[in-house]
Design a protein around this ligand. Sequence first.
Ligand code: ATP
Length: 429
Amino acid sequence: MTIGDASPARLRRDLLAHLPGSTLDAVERIVAAGAAHGDVYAVGGAVRDFLLDRSVVDVDLVMECDAPAVTYAALPDAKILAHTRFRTASVTIGGVRIDVATARDETYARPGALPAVAPADINTDLRRRDFAMNAIALRLSGGPALLDPCGGIDDIAARRIRVLHDASFRDDPTRIFRALRYAARLDFTLDPHTADLLAQSVHYIDAIGGERLRREIELMIAEPAAGAALEAAQRAGALQVAHPALTWDSGRSEALADPVVPRVPLLPYGFALLAAGSSPDDAPLIVARLKLKRDEAAAVTAIASMRKVAQTLRRPDAKPSGVVLLLDRFPLAAVSAHAAIEPDTIARRLALRYLEEWRHIKPALNGEQLIELGVPAGPQVQRALQLLRAARLDGWATDRDDEQALALRFAKSIRDSADAKAQIELNLN
Ligand code: ATP
């Protein structure tokens, strides 16, 4: 279906037919409950993505009446999350998130502040949105109708991102990240005037609260087109305003798309890549500015302090056990980021071998077996395990027999030194 030939009736039928059965049932219930008080519309991403022939991942509904009350009435048994300040409700059914909002107007007291909201009609609600392509509404109650007061359909056809007024990025600088994210994801370009406004507004990112800023960067990292989005944010200067020690380049894009460790935690890994050029002094400032979550903060702190161990990791004769001792202390996300972008060939190779091979090498014997071989229960068992692991890593134990021989020698040396100590004490007394 091309955008031009889509009648509102057909769009409505096809959009709804696209939804899983249980989601469709929930949407129909909400529409029926809302229709008693006013019109109900599908808006935003669902309409945009549908017009683009992309799969719809969530559904945004807007109604000119109290959305949380309608949602509770329509789905009395569902787990609904309501937000009283914005009069919104959200519920996930059939794996699809349904966001239900009361049509509203927004005003911004200052750049980056959360808006003051007031109930409004659907056209006003569309005009307060971020971009024209996201300001299209498809009526789901009564007769079908397509509302496009800002020219969103033309923009989608032209693959263009356009703000709705000149103060848009200043009012809400998170829209800068949104614009770059959509451009990368949808392969759209910024309309020239929007691009100028964005360039002039980048400094307002300073006014975004920590959590909202972190969320925007998390969304960028989680995008399928994350690399392109982050490179655009770097070019626009948006990352530097977020924090001057954050940086991105094409090498990081490749590292993010294809991590050395396939299941590395994505967000900590992305933040470690972003902070890989930072110093240990920068790390706490980045963590505080972006109000990073615990695992993200740990990855950023680790990558910044890995500079200190970099010297050791640049030695071609470094022993595997020494490398493991150093790198085991750091979260996987940080070591993976380090291995991906470290410029020194030797250090990079050592980190890669650690990730792919050495970190998995463990002794064949376990603690209980060591005790049976004569290692005293307690902290010596841990020491013996470390010794065996180092022996395996450095090649002086290659099988279970070698480990047993080492464990016996270790146990004997403890006994001998205990005997010697007892003898000294005996002599002293
Ligand atoms: P995605 O596929 O990324 O979820 P989406 O369009 O559904 O895209 P949401 O973040 O779920 O994006 O927002 C839903 C709608 O709310 C948007 O389409 C847009 O109309 C509006 N919106 C979201 N954030 C803003 C914002 N910061 N300023 C103005 N309007 C916004």
